[in-house]
Design a protein around this ligand. Structure first.
Ligand SMILES: [Mg+2]
Length: 391
C-alpha cells in the first residue's frame, strides 16, 4: 500500500440550489427549475436535472436557457436559505470526522481514516452520510470514495446523480483510462486543447504518453499531470482554519456629510464582504461598523445577526441600523472613513485552501458575477433611490 493511501470521501449535493427550491416548494418537483441571475445578462447558477434534459447547464446565460427551456421555472438564488441547509449538511460531516475540507456550500472532502475502526468500512460511512443528509434535509448527495482526493471526487462525479461509488487504488488506472482528460480538475480549456493537439484525449492516453514529448508542450507540469492521470494524488484533506474577519473600508478624499451617500458606501462594502465570505464558504454572525470622524477619532459599533450569514442584504440591514443610530447621535455628523466587517465564523467554516476544485471556484465566481451584474447593481440603485425618497 502506498504511503499516501488514505480513506477519502467526497460529498457533493446534486443540483443543490435547485433541489432546495424543489424541496421547499413541492409544486416545483419534477419541473425544470433554473436558479440564477434573471436580468438581461444573468447566468444560470444551478439547474435541476429536469432542466438539464433541455440542454440547460450552469454558467450558461439565462437568456440562452430560456430559449432552450421556455417552460422552465426561473428563480433568483436564496443564499441565506442555501447556507442554512449547508450548515445541516456540514453537521453530518463533522459527526463522522473532524477532517472536513469544505470546497463550497455543498461540497467537501472528508478524511475518514481514523473513523474506520469505530464506524466500519468506508462504504458504510459513505452510506451513513448519504442517508443522514437525506433524512435531515430531504436532499440527495452524491458520495464518492477512494484512496485519495482525486479518486474520491472522480468516483462521485461519474456516479452522479444520486451517486454512490468507490474507486479502489488497485483498479484506479483501469477506471480512469477511458475518462476524458478534461475531467482532471487541473486541466483547463487551454491545457485540454494542447493535449488534444498531441492526440491525447483520455486519461489513459495521457498516462501512457512519453513524458519528454508531453513536457515539450506543457512544460514542467507534465509529469505531475501524468501522475494524476494514473490516479495518484498525495494531497491531504485540510480542515478549514478559522478566519477571523472579512472587512472592507474606504477613506474619503472629502469628508462625507450625507447619510444617503454613507449608506450607499456601506451597501457597497457589505456586498463586497458578502461576496468574499461566500467565496471562502464562510458565514458570519457579527457585523462591525467602523466610523472615523475627521481627523482621527474612530468609533466602532457592533451587533449580531440572528443567524450566521454571508448574504449582503442581511449584513447591510444591521450595518445600516448601526450607521443610522450613530449618525443621529451626532450634532454635525462627518465621516472620514467608513468600514464594515463580518466575523464570528464559528458555526460553520469552510475554506478553499487549495485550487483543487476549479468547477467550484467557477461556481462561486459565478454567484458573485450574478451579484455584480444584478444583485449588486439593483441593490445599489434601490438603496440610493430609497435614501433619495427620504430626502
Ligand atoms: Mg453540487
Amino acid at each position: 500500500m502506498p504511503l499516501t493511501e488514505r480513506s477519502i470521501i467526497h460529498v457533493d449535493m446534486d443540483a443543490f440550489y435547485a433541489s432546495v427550491e424543489q424541496f421547499d416548494h413541492p409544486e416545483l418537483r419534477g419541473l425544470p427549475v433554473i436558479v440564477g441571475g434573471l436580468g438581461p445578462r444573468g447566468v444560470v447558477s444551478t439547474c435541476s436535472y429536469e432542466a438539464r434534459r433541455f440542454g440547460v447547464r450552469s454558467a450558461m446565460p439565462t437568456a440562452q436557457a430560456r430559449r432552450l427551456c421556455p417552460v422552465g421555472v426561473y428563480l433568483w438564488p436564496r443564499m441565506t436559505r442555501y447556507e442554512e441547509v449547508s450548515a445541516q449538511v456540514f453537521e453530518v460531516f463533522h459527526e463522522v470526522t473532524p477532517l472536513v475540507e469544505g470546497l463550497s456550500l455543498d461540497e467537501a472532502f472528508l478524511d475518514v481514516g481514523a473513523s474506520l475502526r469505530l464506524l466500519g468500512s468506508i462504504e458504510s460511512i459513505g452510506r451513513r452520510i448519504k442517508e443522514a443528509i437525506r433524512e435531515r434535509t430531504g436532499l440527495v448527495a452524491s458520495v464518492g470514495m477512494g484512496p485519495n482526493k482525486l479518486l474520491a471526487k472522480l468516483a462521485g462525479e461519474v456516479a452522479k446523480p444520486d451517486g454512490f461509488r468507490r474507486i479502489a487504488a488497485a483498479s484506479a488506472a483501469q477506471e480512469l483510462a477511458p475518462l476524458p482528460v478534461g475531467r482532471l480538475w487541473t486541466v483547463g480549456k487551454v491545457t485540454e486543447q494542447a493535449l488534444h493537439r498531441l492526440g491525447i484525449h483520455t486519461m489513459g492516453e495521457l498516462a501512457a504518453c512519453d513524458t519528454a514529448r508531453l513536457a515539450g508542450a506543457l512544460g514542467r507540469h507534465a509529469s505531475a499531470l501524468q501522475a494524476l492521470a494514473r490516479g495518484e494524488d498525495a494531497r491531504a484533506v485540510t480542515p478549514e482554519q478559522r478566519e477571523l474577519s472579512v472587512g472592507a473600508e474606504h477613506t474619503f478624499d472629502v469628508d462625507l456629510a450625507e447619510l444617503a451617500l454613507a449608506e450607499s458606501w456601506l451597501l457597497r462594502h457589505c456586498e463586497r464582504i458578502a461576496a468574499r465570505a461566500r467565496e471562502r464558504g464562510l458565514a458570519g454572525r457579527t457585523v462591525t461598523v467602523k466610523l472615523r470622524e475627521p481627523p482621527f477619532v474612530t468609533h466602532t459599533r457592533q451587533t449580531q445577526l440572528a443567524a450566521p450569514s454571508a448574504a449582503a442584504p442581511a449584513i447591510y440591514g444591521v450595518a445600516r441600523s448601526l450607521l443610522q443610530a450613530w449618525w443621529k447621535a451626532q450634532r454635525h455628523p462627518r465621516l472620514r472613513l467608513l468600514g464594515v466587517s463580518l466575523s464570528g465564523f464559528g458555526e460553520r467554516r469552510q475554506e478553499d485552501m487549495f485550487d483543487v476544485s476549479k468547477s467550484h471556484k467557477e461556481a462561486d465566481a459565478l454567484q458573485d458575477r450574478i451579484n455584480e451584474r444584478f444583485g449588486s447593481g439593483s441593490l445599489v440603485r434601490a438603496g440610493v433611490l430609497r435614501t433619495r425618497k427620504q430626502d
